[in-house]
Ligand binder design. Structure first.
Ligand SMILES: Cc1cc2nc3c(=O)[nH]c(=O)nc-3n(C[C@H](O)[C@H](O)[C@H](O)COP(=O)(O)OP(=O)(O)OC[C@H]3O[C@@H](n4cnc5c(N)ncnc54)[C@H](O)[C@@H]3O)c2cc1C
Length: 440
């Protein structure tokens, strides 16, 4: 029997979850007593629910169950910045990657369409907005990041606009940025509202066990998945537990659990909107520097700030880390919006990016009746959605060129064991954050 030592925690005030239009609606119930399923999925994030939905389409007569440690929408899938990114995230100016970039673009758009179908089918109010995305730089040295991005956008023939400070400040309502690139395909939304809406929509067809942390597990012909007071027995198991995967004993030295933090204001008062954002449409931006700040002006007139990266082998963030992040968020916010000094952050939280060294994901058949998907590398809304779909296809035995591409590109590099992993990761993260300059 494998016992699970580190369990998911809440890590602060979860802004998207607490401000979600579907907040308070109960999704699923706790796992109690002995229950059965044909296929059990652990983890109710974008990857887990996407897997569950496709499995139910393929196997309408089988019982599919999803077990989640927290409420649906409280895990990392509900803590992110709310970008469903259409373009490959780690675009670089490497000729050899163009074909792969086009394939990733195709898969990301598949996820956008799929999530949009869920939104319409389940009538989900998640502030879905086809807003596009800005990539921006304040520091002259970080304009290099924009140049490299532009090279690949041109090679792949993706639509984009390169925008200088004056025009950018009119569009964003801040004069902070020197230059940016706008790409039109990205979606912005409240990620907790969307994943919760999917959970609400699926719970009639799929047994969702929420608030049910798996504390130990017995693998076998029939797996026994134990929570406090409950056991789920299932012939087939899919693990979609992100950075917690190594806790379950079937994967070792492949993941780097990297924390990052978000802060969200309440909706801005009307007089501020009228004065500073009168002609500004909701927007989202990421930085041209990998350690730079993500910012959003949301459809309900809030400001989101995300930055600071920590390596936490414990899989939790501390109050001191969240306080440090809040202080940096404040500085970044005031630097961009000096006229909003009177606006406080209502929520500050942390969440984990499940990174791998070579940015590939783990998409594996571990044995005849165990499957695993993780390592979405900070873009899991789109990636987890398509990986979950194609994991279900693989289990069912369907083949496609998309599945072959995913299998071909899912070979992750080895990371050294502790304490070398933490030492190396912290050194790399500190170096990255120092070079971001004013873009933090
Ligand atoms: C601050 C921040 C900003 C981000 N911004 C973006 C963004 O804008 N766009 C984007 O695409 N991605 C973004 N990401 C990354 C994205 O959130 C992840 O890639 C995504 O959530 C991965 O989805 P998942 O379903 O694989 O994992 P998760 O969402 O982590 O789901 C795994 C689930 O497993 C559950 N679990 C773990 N252990 C157990 C256990 N023992 N028992 C039962 N359940 C368990 C967890 O509670 C969790 O809900 C961001 C992440 C952070 C932290």
């Amino acid at each position: 029997m494998k016992s699970i030592k580190q369990l998911p925690k809440i890590d602060g005030d979860l802004g998207w979850y607490l401000s979600s239009p579907n907040y308070g609606i109960k999704i699923g119930k706790a796992l109690k007593g002995i229950q059965y399923a044909d296929i059990a999925i652990i983890g109710a994030g974008y990857t887990g629910l996407s897997t569950a939905h496709r499995l139910k389409e393929l196997y309408p007569n089988k019982t599919i169950a999803v077990i989640e440690a927290l409420e649906v929408g409280q895990g990392t899938s509900g803590r992110n910045a709310g970008f469903i990114i259409d373009l490959p995230h780690n675009l670089d100016a490497n000729d050899n990657n163009i074909e792969d970039d086009l394939q990733l673009y195709h898969l990301n758009n598949f996820s956008i369409n799929r999530l949009n179908t869920f939104r319409q089918q389940f009538n989900i109010d998640c502030l879905w907005h086809h807003a596009g995305k800005y990539m921006v730089a304040n520091e002259t040295s970080n304009l290099r990041g924009l140049d490299a991005f532009e090279v690949v956008l041109k090679k792949c023939k993706f639509d984009f606009e390169r925008i200088k400070r004056k025009e950018l400040s009119q569009r964003l309502g801040t004069e902070f940025y020197q230059e940016g690139i706008y790409t039109p395909g990205n979606i912005l939304m409240n990620p907790s509202a969307l994943i919760r809406g999917i959970g609400i929509g699926l719970q009639n067809e799929i047994n969702i066990y929420s608030n049910s942390p798996v504390i130990n597990i017995e693998y076998g012909d029939e797996h026994q998945i134990h929570t406090i007071g409950g056991t789920l027995k299932a012939k087939t198991l899919v693990q979609t537990i992100n950075s917690f995967t190594e806790e379950f004993g079937l994967l070792k030295n492949k993941l780097a659990p990297v924390f990052t933090y978000g802060s969200l204001t309440n909706p801005l008062p009307q007089h501020h909107i009228d004065k500073y954002f009168r002609d500004v449409k909701p927007w989202g931006l990421t930085s041209a520097h990998p350690a730079g700040t993500t910012v959003r002006y949301t459809s309900d007139n809030r400001i989101l700030v995300r930055n600071i990266i920590d390596f936490n082998a414990s899989l939790h963030s501390t109050e001191q880390q969240r306080d440090f992040a809040w202080k940096q968020h404040r500085k970044s916010f005031i630097a961009r919006f000096p006229f909003l000094q009177d606006i406080d952050f209502q929520y500050t939280w942390g969440g984990m990016l499940c990174m791998t060294l070579n940015h590939n994901s783990i998409f594996e058949k571990v044995s005849d009746n165990i499957y695993m998907v993780c390592g979405c590398n900070g873009v899991g809304v789109a990636k987890g959605t398509y990986l979950g779909y194609y994991m279900a296809e693989m289990i069912y035995g369907n083949n496609s060129k998309e599945l072959e591409f995913i299998q071909k590109t899912s070979h992750v590099s080895w990371v050294p064991p502790e304490p070398f992993r933490s030492f190396g990761a912290k050194y790399k993260i500190n170096k990255e954050q120092l070079t971001a300059g004013n873009d933090i």
